[in-house]
Design a protein around this ligand. Structure first.
Ligand code: UD1
Length: 424
């Protein structure tokens, strides 16, 4: 298991380019199952989660080939003969369950391991299953798996009106994909509105689907008889962009982030500005961030589904706020365990107290380097950013969490001036 060794307090300066969005790429790969032909996805991030999704597709029988030089993947779903997402892959990456909607829609049956909890909290799939049931599937759980099928695996799903109790991204995506080949019209209300949902809908439309309203809270899908393959370019990763913006806010002399779609990060940019960080939108996909000399002031943040403050950027904001004078407050409303990194950050000299789903952050003058352990993907990356700000050496262990979601993280940081090395 590798670790990152960071010598802190180096100014960051230069341009960094974000990769394709993990949380879109994984869904597009799953959606490729729906097409009868070959799909090529460009701007695919070469990260562990993408390789896991490739393994899931291969387990089903699809042919998956990466074109590393072009950052693309070719998927031919022609050989699919299995309908099972096995536990050893689902436990590695929860998004594996996103093959359920496409498999049900195209083949009428699926067996998928129940993901259980993870390091950021309990992660149910009840809304996914409820949606499938409204569309005519019967499901039961046995030996840690959900088995779902339509009429013993015969026939098509049927369109339905599905009102989600919570705008779950995963449930919206799974149901939207399932509805593409269903008979009749499906309407998802209280749907998730993240830009990645729109990216998935655009890809499905490129396959031949009929979808309206994605990106809003009411999505209408009219089922079609069949879908084909397509070529599609994955949108840039807003969370990676936000990560580099936070790095710029912590120790940026001037960091220019390419592939930062400002309109998708509205509220994050507003909060950085409210703190007193210099933010400049150079064009719709390029943002410049520098820390400047202040004055800095504390802020209050509440995570919420899009267009609210993204839970995935919450740990980065905590690191930015750790050295902002005064008392800031973060309220986490999406996942119950998303403050697991706080004890590690406090070991680096931060002063953060947790009370239920609130974190009270008293800004300190400086952080000090320490050995710390990544407990999940974003928390791990946030500890790296804390290491960039800290005096002395920080070692971040268990970096496999970080490698699940960031392509060449240390190389990109080093290219803008960070002193960071991966040690095996
Ligand atoms: C996705 C993102 C993740 C992000 C999260 C919230 C991917 C691969 N992951 O996860 O990075 O942090 O959105 O923006 O895209 N819930 C239920 N029942 C369900 C489904 C969800 O109770 O059937 C609850 C979850 O436990 C959680 C909340 O809803 O508390 C949000 O989950 P959801 O929006 O589904 O997140 P994911 O799609 O899993």
């Amino acid at each position: 298991m590798g670790k990152f060794v960071i010598e802190g307090r180096k100014s960051l300066k230069g341009r960094v380019k974000v990769s394709g969005a993990k949380n879109s790429a994984l869904k597009l790969m799953a959606a490729s199952i729906l097409g009868s032909g070959r799909t090529r996805l460009e701007n695919i991030p070469l990260i562990e989660d993408v390789y896991t999704m490739a393994d899931v597709l291969r387990t089903l029988g699809a042919h998956v080939m990466f074109d590393q030089d072009c950052g693309a993947v070719d998927i031919d779903p022609g050989g699919i003969q299995s309908f099972e997402a096995p536990y050893q892959l689902v436990r590695k990456m929860r998004a594996s369950i996103l093959v359920a909607g496409p498999l049900l829609s195209r083949f009428g049956k699926v067996k998928v391991a129940i993901p259980g909890g993870c390091n950021i909290g309990s992660r149910q799939i009840d809304l996914h299953l409820k949606g499938f049931e409204f569309m005519g599937t019967k499901s039961f759980m046995e030996h840690g798996y959900v088995h779902a099928r339509i009429n013993n695996g015969q026939g098509r799903l049927k369109g339905a009106l599905i009102d989600l109790d919570f705008p779950s991204r995963g449930a919206t995506e799974n149901i939207m994909m399932a509805a593409c080949l269903a008979k009749g019209k499906t309407v998802i209300s209280n749907a998730a509105r993240e830009p990645e949902i729109r990216d998935l809908a655009n890809f499905l439309v490129a396959l031949g689907a009929d979808i309206q309203g994605a990106g809003g809270d009411r999505i209408t899908i009219r089922g079609v008889e069949g879908l084909k393959g397509a070529s599609y370019r994955v949108m840039p990763d807003s969370i990676e962009a936000g990560t580099f913006m936070a790095a710029g806010a912590i120790c940026g002399q001037e960091v220019v982030i390419e592939g930062a779609v400002a309109k998708n990060l509205d509220i994050f940019l507003l909060k950085l500005k409210e703190i007193g960080i210099h933010v400049e939108i150079l064009d719709p996909e390029t943002v410049k961030v520098k820390r400047g000399l202040g004055p800095f002031k504390p802020v209050q943040i509440s995570t919420l589904p899009y267009p609210g403050f993204p839970t995935d950027l919450q740990p980065f904001m905590a690191v930015v706020l750790a050295t902002v004078p005064g008392v800031s407050l973060i309220t986490e409303n999406v996942f119950e365990n998303r403050f697991m990194y706080v004890d590690e950050l406090n070991r680096m000299g931060a002063n953060i107290k947790i009370d239920g789903h609130h974190a009270m952050i008293r800004g300190v003058q400086k952080l000090s380097g320490a050995p710390v352990t990544a407990c999940d993907l974003r928390a791990g990356a946030a500890l790296v950013l804390a290491g960039l700000a800290a005096e002395g050496v920080t070692e971040v262990m268990d970096i496999f969490h970080i490698q699940r979601g960031y392509e060449s993280f240390e190389a990109k940081l080093a290219a803008i001036g960070a002193d960071i090395k991966k040690v095996h």
